[in-house]
Design a protein around this ligand. Structure first.
Ligand SMILES: C[S@@+](CC[C@H](N)C(=O)[O-])C[C@H]1O[C@@H](n2cnc3c(N)ncnc32)[C@H](O)[C@@H]1O
Length: 250
């Protein structure tokens, strides 16, 4: 997949290109990533990128033309219909299903806003899709873009290596992930659940599934409402609920 991020702070994306799984995905050619410094499209000798809002009010608005020109140049180099994703608190909130669909795309341009946002005419002309990472307001779109790219990369086959898989991640099958433990067997008097050191893989799988369904019921009942649990999952949930009630009484 090819991704270009339009930003006034290209070096913020070093966090993606220099660390961890996203860096490895770039090195292994799973992701072809680059930034475009919007300043190069700024107007006049000062390469101006923003101006005061028509109608008055606080803050500055990003100029339309630098954004339009920058996207046009990128679409020349990529494809004329490469989608532009504008990171925006007013966009549709991204879910894991959306991420999986994004990961199937051949390419994408991500537009990072700053200040009060971008002149609406630019967004209309470039036909930007607006997507949000949550109901809160960031100072700029760069962190949101990195969140989106990071989640997309996790979906690429081979990106996580053998030691990890996104199939068990929270939301991938509509449920939250199970709990995890590692060495040592006891930490400050708290022991690992005995099933995990039993060597009985069938029992371990059932226990993990029960934790996954149970934690979803406890923490995100809204997710369970959208699912049609199978018989085994229903049995596991009922056992989890009984265990939970028992723990609350003791
Ligand atoms: C300070 S915000 C602008 C907020 C805008 N005045 C509003 O209230 O809708 C500046 C930029 O940060 C980015 N941004 C802020 N919050 C975001 C969110 N929740 N998801 C995605 N991008 C966000 C957008 O690119 C936005 O143009």
């Amino acid at each position: 997949m090819q991704i270009r991020a339009i930003t006034i702070f290209p070096s913020m994306f070093d966090a993606l290109t220099e660390f961890g799984i996203t860096r490895r995905a770039i090195e292994n050619d799973l992701l072809e990533f680059g930034t475009v410094d919007l300043r190069e499209y700024g107007q006049g000798t000062h390469r101006q990128l923003d101006d005061r809002p028509f109608g008055g009010g606080p803050g500055m608005v990003m100029l339309a033309e630098p954004v339009i020109d920058c996207v046009a140049d990128l679409r020349q180099k990529m494809r004329q219909d490469t989608p532009v994703i504008y990171m925006s608190p007013q966009g549709r909130r991204i879910t894991q299903d959306d991420v999986c669909r994004f990961a199937e795309l051949p390419d994408m341009i991500i537009l990072c806003g700053r200040y009060e946002g971008i002149d609406q005419r630019a967004l209309d002309i470039i036909c930007a899709e607006e997507w949000s990472i949550g109901d809160y307001v960031l100072t700029g779109g760069e962190l949101a873009a990195m969140v989106l790219i990071d989640t997309i990369v996790r979906q690429f086959p081979g990106a996580l290596g053998n030691e990890q898989s996104s199939e068990c991640d929270s939301f991938s099958n509509g449920l939250l992930d199970c709990v995890h433990y590692t060495r040592p067997r006891t930490v400050q008097g708290l022991s690992v659940p005995s099933v995990l050191i039993s060597g009985d893989h069938e029992a371990i799988n059932y226990w993990r599934m029960k934790q996954s369904v149970g934690r979803t019921w406890l923490r995100r009942p809204d997710l369970l409402d959208r699912l049609d649990l199978n018989d085994e999952q229903r049995r596991a949930l009922s056992e989890f609920q009984t265990d939970h009630q028992h723990q609350r009484k003791t």
